[in-house]
Design a protein around this ligand. Structure first.
Ligand code: AHZ
Length: 323
């Protein structure tokens, strides 16, 4: 409003508007924002505030207890359960995309609502996410409500670090005797670098190692060893990453390949086969990647098995660390 506004105009404005309540009320005393100022800051301060924390995190999580590959609905559900139950475990989530959440920002096609079959509603209750009860299934009004809620809860756990825009390019493996192999870490790179390897001659990756190993690479029997949970979704530019990689590490395994869509069989199949992968030590799978690994059906736009398979894998991982 200009300084020349008439008394009548001002009065009408006050009568018609309700007082705006916001967190800045103590700072901005009137509707006049013209003197508003932030405390001064140097550009280098901003730069250092970001980079020092990121490099501290890279240092802290260079050895991690749990590495979750992929931050879609299954990976985030697993991360929530593990982090909530074991605040002492270091959990690194590696997500190739800038935006975590995988396919769970929409319910299916471009539609908003997310369908989850019971008993997944119990997990929604745990997360405080409202839903409509339709009998055998429930509906969250927007898939983004599920994803943003579980994401915000996961990110608030002090023992979780999300490295987004970072792709897992390979698995670290170590011999486990008698021809067996353990996974012992993940090989990472900035996703944009991963996508451009053919443009530059040498863009070597970085590594996150699992905990519980000695300097010579053998497992320290006095310690619990770390694990990898892969939840990279079904096949795509990045998807089904570990499933595809594991078949060349485990000579006894052939890639199952995701079968056609069959909601009833798909959800049960994915949950049944999620969890520990017996062919390679320390490796776990959940979500649609399980369908690629084990040849389950595709499920389409129903998300119960994503949360439940993540929870099942998380429980197995918790048992491993508890034993
Ligand atoms: O970016 C990927 C996505 O966010 C990420 N990812 C894939 N490969 C990666 C790599 N390194 C790091 N090499 C990687 N991150 O993994 C995430 C997978 O999320 P998603 O939503 O695709 O998988 P999900 O199994 O959690 O959920 C699948 C949801 C689907 S797909 C589907 C159908 O097509 O029928 N139905 C359902 C319910």
């Amino acid at each position: 409003m200009s300084a020349t506004a008439t008394t009548t105009e001002t009065a009408q404005l006050q009568v018609n508007s309700t007082p705006v309540s916001h967190a800045l009320s103590d700072v901005v005393k009137t509707e006049d924002w013209s003197d508003f100022k932030f405390a001064p800051i140097r550009e280098s301060t901003v730069s250092r505030a970001m980079t020092s924390r990121y490099f501290k995190d890279l240092d802290k999580f260079a050895v991690s207890d749990v590495v979750i590959v992929g931050a879609g609905s299954s990976g985030l559900s697993a991360a929530y359960v593990i982090a909530k139950n074991r605040p002492d475990l270091k959990i690194a989530i590696i997500e190739a995309n800038v935006a975590p959440g995988g396919g769970a920002w929409l319910g299916g096609q471009l539609f908003s609502a997310m369908i989850m079959r019971k008993p997944t509603h119990l997990f929604l209750q745990e997360l405080d996410i409202p839903y409509e009860d339709e009998g055998d299934y429930v509906v969250v009004k927007h898939a983004a409500l599920f994803t943003s809620t579980v994401l915000s809860k996961v990110l608030q756990f002090p023992n979780v670090k999300l490295f987004n825009a970072t792709a897992v390019e390979d698995l670290v493996t170590r011999p486990a005797g008698n021809g067996a192999v353990n996974v012992a870490g993940v090989v990472t790179n900035w996703t944009l670098v991963s996508m451009a390897h053919d443009l530059q001659s040498c863009m070597d990756p970085n590594v996150i190692e699992l905990s519980g190993y000695k300097d010579d690479g053998s497992r320290d029997p006095s310690k619990k060893h770390g694990v990898i949970l892969s939840t990279t979704g079904h096949d795509g530019p990045f998807g089904a990453f570990s499933a595809k990689r594991i078949v060349s590490i485990d000579n006894n395994k052939k890639l199952g390949g995701m079968k056609g869509l069959d909601m009833n069989n798909a959800e049960a199949g994915v949950v049944k086969h999620s969890g520990s992968y017996t062919g390679v030590g320390s490796m776990y799978f959940a979500g649609m990647e399980v369908a690629e690994l084990e040849g389950c059906n595709r499920m389409g736009p129903t998300f119960g098995a994503m949360a439940v398979s993540g929870i099942k894998a998380a429980e197995e991982i918790l048992k491993h660390f508890a034993a």
